[in-house]
Design a protein around this ligand. Structure first.
Ligand SMILES: CSC[C@@H](O)[C@@H](O)C(=O)COP(=O)(O)O
Length: 349
């Protein structure tokens, strides 16, 4: 399935290395970065070579396979103890996306019972995580598209596409499916400062699939909605917690407030690997703060006045009350709350 599915592949395994389409360089350059050690994988996640919650989970899973090969070669008896430092290094790469922790926890469970050389088994587990993510996105794309009335226009934020996942995408998976059903009029994409995931990545990715896209500055969203130009905001998520609160790219919360004000529907598309039932409410989600320099510059060029400082949280939390639908590979949760999330995740209350 992996081999046939994508027109481009953000994450690949290539015998000796985890190969990452360097998303810092898109859309101008299409270059793969080869990571041959777990330290290189963790660095690539920290530096945004690969980004998007499911994609960093998949990358880390391949990173665990790399680490196991190395640790087993160093010591066939102590590799299981020694690999723990590698797992922690990967977990520490980015704090908000739960998929990273979910994937490493699954790899940790898998390696616990292994005898002999662990590499092949762990590589298969990483491939399974990768393939399951694509399958989940294809399903949620269909569920999400079923909510959209023909002729609708949508606004998306950041990049929650194939680039951010194993393939197909979450929010962009819904958009791809709705477009294939002939339901979509216009797709608007926020440019998404400061990394410009919307302008650089979402626009590029949609155009690869011949889906026209219209960029807007974040500041244009209120006016776009006031003018009646969109019926849905569709976003992905880095972590959905037990009460239905949603962490996603900074600016998502503003869109949800604006959507409610203007009678626009708000959809979150994410696999169940993004749902963290161990956290009760959004206030407890760790929010990544990145270097203020990312905000003070654009395209590597300082734009802010010398002496200005910046505050750079890169995610925010949208309260569940502002969400009309969470869509996963299992189905649709309308107007999410704790009881509905628990039912969806098979936890009886
Ligand atoms: C399917 S991706 C969902 C989210 O990870 C995405 O919307 C997002 O916020 C990505 O942030 P990024 O900082 O680019 O990793």
């Amino acid at each position: 399935m992996l081999e046939q599915y994508d027109t481009f592949k953000p994450v690949l395994w290539d015998d000796e290395a985890v190969c990452l389409l360097d998303q810092r360089l898109l859309p101008q350059q299409h270059q793969y970065l080869y990571c041959r050690s777990v330290a290189e994988v963790a660095q690539a996640i920290r530096d945004m070579v690969v980004r998007g919650a499911p994609a960093i989970g998949i990358t880390a899973a391949y990173g665990v396979a790399l680490a196991a090969r190395q640790r087993y070669a160093e010591s066939a008896t102590n590799w299981r103890d020694n690999i723990e430092a590698d797992l922690q290094q990967l977990e520490g790469a980015r704090p908000t996306a739960i998929n990273l922790h979910w994937a490493i926890a699954r790899m940790r469970d898998r390696l616990a019972g292994l005898d002999g050389d662990p590499f092949e088994v762990l590589l298969q587990e990483a491939r399974a995580i990768h393939e399951e993510d694509i399958a989940a996105n294809l399903k949620m794309g269909k569920f999400g598209a079923s909510l959209i009335v023909p002729g609708s226009s949508v606004l998306t934020h950041c990049n929650a596409g194939a680039l951010a996942t194993g393939g197909h995408g979450t929010a962009l998976g819904v958009i791809r499916s709705a477009r294939a059903d002939g339901k979509l009029a216009t797709v608007y994409a926020d440019e998404t400062r400061p990394w410009l995931q919307g302008a650089r990545l979402t626009a590029w990715e949609l155009l690869q699939d011949q889906i026209p896209v219209t960029l807007v500055a974040e500041g244009a969203a209120a006016w776009l909605m006031q003018q009646g130009k969109v019926q849905w905001v569709i976003v992905g998520s880095d972590r959905i917690v037990a009460n239905g609160d949603v962490a996603n790219k900074i600016g998502t919360y503003s869109l949800a407030v604006l959507a409610r004000q203007h009678g626009v529907k708000f959809m979150v598309a994410a696999p169940t690997s993004t749902i963290d039932m161990a956290v009760a409410e959004g206030g407890a989600i760790p929010i990544e703060q990145r270097d203020p320099a990312e905000l003070l510059a654009c395209g590597g060029q300082r734009v802010a006045a010398e002496g200005a400082t910046a505050w750079n949280p890169v995610f925010d939390v949208t309260p569940a009350q502002l969400v009309d639908a969470i869509v996963t590979e299992r189905g649709i949760i309308e107007r999410p709350d704790s009881a509905k999330l628990a039912r969806h995740m098979g936890q009886h209350r």
